[in-house]
Every structure is written in C-alpha cells, then in structure tokens.
Design a protein around this ligand. Structure first.
Ligand SMILES: *Cc1c(COP(=O)(O)O)cnc(C)c1O
Length: 401
C-alpha cells in the first residue's frame, strides 16, 4: 500500500488504533505515541500549511519553540497547585517586564476582561460574585473614539459602559464618580488626539487606573516594559503572537493590588466572571519560557533574517514581467517587514485566484489578499520556507503570463 492509501485505510477502519498499537508493540509506549501523533493531523484530514500571512488566530497564529514544548511536556507529568504556579511565574514575568506583578491569562482578550473585572471589584468577594451586574459599582471606562474598536467587547463583558471621548477637554468632562478606569488601544496610538504620556497624566490627575492593550505590539521587544515604565496601571499582551507562547495564553501585568484583584475573578476560584478563562499549568509555564526566550532573542539578527527572506521572495517574483513589489513595516502592531506583491495586466490572474492556488498547492501556503495584490509576512516562516514560498509564487505568476 502506498502511504497515502495506508493513511486513508487507517483513518476509516475502526481497528486503526489496534493496528498502530500492534506494529509498535516492541517499542516503548512513548515512541508508539509519538509515531501515532506524527500522523494525527494527516489522519484527520486537517490541512497544515506554510504561514506567510501572519499571526492570525484563525490560522493558529504562531508555532511554539522547542523550549516551550519541553516546558509543557515536563510540567504535564506533575501535579501542582495552580495558584502557586501563577505566583512564581507572575513574579518572574513581572521582573522581566518592569511590572509590580503579573499573571498569565487565556490570551490578551482574557487579560482585558480580568483586568477590568479586578478594577471594578477590588478584593471585595461580594463584588466579584455580582459581576457582570455593576449596580453600586463604578461602571464607566473612558476610551478615545479612534480606539473604540471591536476589542472593547472584552471590557463590556464585565458590565461596564464605554464613554467615548476625543480631546483632553472631553476627557475632563467625562470624568465622574462613575469612572472606573480608562482603556488605551496601543495599535491606534497614532490615530487618537491624546498620546500615551498625556493620557496617563490625565488619568493619574483624577486617580483613575489606565489600562493599555498592546496585544500584537512586539516587536520591538522594549514594548514589553515601555508601557509599565510609562506608568500604565495595567498592561495586556498576547502570548501566542510574535512571542510564540501558547496560542491560548496572554499576560496581564501592572499594579500589585490590581493583579491580586484580577486573580480573584479567575480560576482556580469559581462563581466569578472569569471561571471559563482557565489557563492550565502547562500554558502558564510555557508562557513564561516563551517570554524569557523571546526577550533573550538576538532581535537584530532576527530582523536581518526577515529581510533576507523578504528579499528571497522579492527576487523570485520580480523575474516575472509585470510583477512589482513593495516592502513596508507597520508602525505599531505586527511591526515586521511586510511584502506587497502586485502585477499589471500582463499577469492574468486575480489575487483571490492566486491565493487559492497557493492554498491548494503542495505544500499549501497561506498569504493575505491586499486588493488586486497579495501581502506576505515572513516572521512566522520556519527555516527554509521562504525559498519554497518564493518558488511557488514564481511558478504560479509565471504560469499565467
Ligand atoms: C489579538 C488581539 C487581541 C486578542 O488577543 P488574544 O491573545 O488572541 O486573546 C486583543 N487586542 C488586540 C489589539 C489584538 O490584536
């Protein structure tokens, strides 16, 4: 039987487990399990692909590094008290990022929810139990209009209302005894009238905690401590984007009293708004190891690697008459070299058709549509994949000239 047929056979027969078990009988159970796991994605008929698109949740965002997998594997063989894992890892993350305290959350989204909940409840367990009912609590969050995107749903989950403002004068007018905190979307920092320093000054003048969402905003690595140093009271980060931690992990860091309050709204405690945002010990430890590794990465060298990958792809596609390329770097979120490929009417293919062909090809490749062209990022590519992407793009573009 050819491998493909064998896989098909194994995936339809109810004896599949038995057959795999029998052939691997002499081997150690770990080896048998590893052999089985290798075929798992294919056996289930799940398409895997080269990710030249970026850290998109729908595409499972990023791949964990071997050190992270190792931490997950080792810790998975031992019981621990979940709170103690959070305590120790929180101290380490806080020290790495110049924060007073930190906790690992179920993604940046959960950091936004739990951070907000902590501000509303403090350490009052009656208030913890009452959310998302905000009767008797401060229940308004001030947000600049340009920052008021779909991500505020994380905040409104807790029962709060968003108060939209534009100018410093609006801010002053919006502050009342109902104001619980403020929220700053770092990705939109250049779009709002009020920038970081002025925002923090306004918040602290009125004694209001300031939260910042910088989910996708490394690189640069310094952003991991920049906003703590600036004085934001709560900083929320995604763990599974460029940091390459577990995709379902994130970080909430900041003021010690607020982190303690946020933890009361999360597992292992129940009867609270965050009970469904569980993070297991493997993810908490994996998050720490990923962060530590990310901080210690040679970022200059990594950037050079990215530029080389982009150049490899650029050179290949530009051999096709009518194809143009352009490299940009988004100023804040997903701040990595981004390659835009466009073509004139000598190249007879629509961007969506090219995307489909790359997707259906072997190996499958994902890129993003950008109007009549396509966009690629290279920071999620594994070594050697830039050459494959270059070759496939050249094949498809030159085939339709
Ligand atoms: C990705 C993202 C989130 C959500 O982060 P997760 O880690 O996927 O939960 C929140 N805010 C912004 C701005 C993001 O880009």
């Amino acid at each position: 039987m050819k491998r493909r047929e064998a896989l098909k056979y194994l995936s339809v027969t109810p004896l599949a487990g038995g057959i795999v078990g029998a052939t691997a009988k002499a081997a150690a159970p770990e080896a048998a399990m590893a052999a089985q796991a290798r075929g798992l994605v294919e056996d289930l008929g799940i398409r895997s692909f080269i990710n030249a698109a970026g850290t998109y949740t729908a595409m499972t965002a990023s791949l964990m590094q071997p050190e992270v997998i190792q931490a997950i594997q080792t810790s998975s063989r031992k019981f621990m008290m979940l709170d103690e894992v959070q305590d120790r890892v929180g101290e380490k993350i806080a020290a790495l990022c110049h924060a007073e305290a930190a906790m690992v959350t179920a993604g940046c989204w959960s950091a936004l929810v739990l951070g907000t909940a902590g501000v509303l409840t403090g350490t009052d367990l009656k208030k913890v139990a009452q959310l998302p009912n905000v009767d008797g609590l401060k229940s308004e969050v001030i947000v600049q209009k340009a920052h008021n995107t779909g991500y505020v749903h994380a905040l409104t989950n807790t029962g709060i209302k968003i108060v939209e403002i534009e100018t410093p004068a609006d801010f002053e007018a919006a502050v009342s005894d109902r104001t619980a905190m403020t929220w700053f979307l770092n990705a939109a920092a250049n779009d709002g009238a009020i920038r970081h320093e002025e925002w923090i000054a306004l918040c602290h003048k009125h004694g209001i905690p300031a939260m910042i969402d910088m989910a996708a905003d490394v690189p640069p690595v310094e952003n991991l401590w920049k906003y703590n140093d600036l004085g934001f009271d709560l900083v929320c980060v995604s763990g599974g984007k460029a940091i390459k931690g577990p995709q379902s992990a994130g970080i909430l860091m900041g003021r010690k009293d607020l982190i303690a309050a946020a933890r009361l709204n999360a597992p292992p405690r129940g009867g609270n708004i965050g009970r469904g945002m569980k993070v297991n010990k493997e993810e908490i430890l994996g998050m720490y190891v990923a962060l530590d590794k990310y901080i210690k990465t040679d970022h200059e060298k990594e950037w050079k690697d990215w530029e080389n990958r982009v150049a490899t792809i650029e050179q290949a596609v530009k051999k096709v008459a009518g194809v143009s390329t352009n490299v940009t770097v988004p100023p804040i979120a997903n701040h990595t070299p981004t390659l835009t490929i466009t073509w004139d009417n000598r190249v007879k293919i629509k961007s969506q058709e090219l995307i489909e062909r790359l997707r259906m090809g072997n190996p499958s490749i994902e890129v993003m549509r950008n109007g009549e062209g396509v966009n690629l990022t290279v920071f999620m590519l594994e070594p050697g994949e830039a050459e494959i992407v270059a070759k496939r793009l050249h094949e498809e573009l030159s085939a339709v000239v």
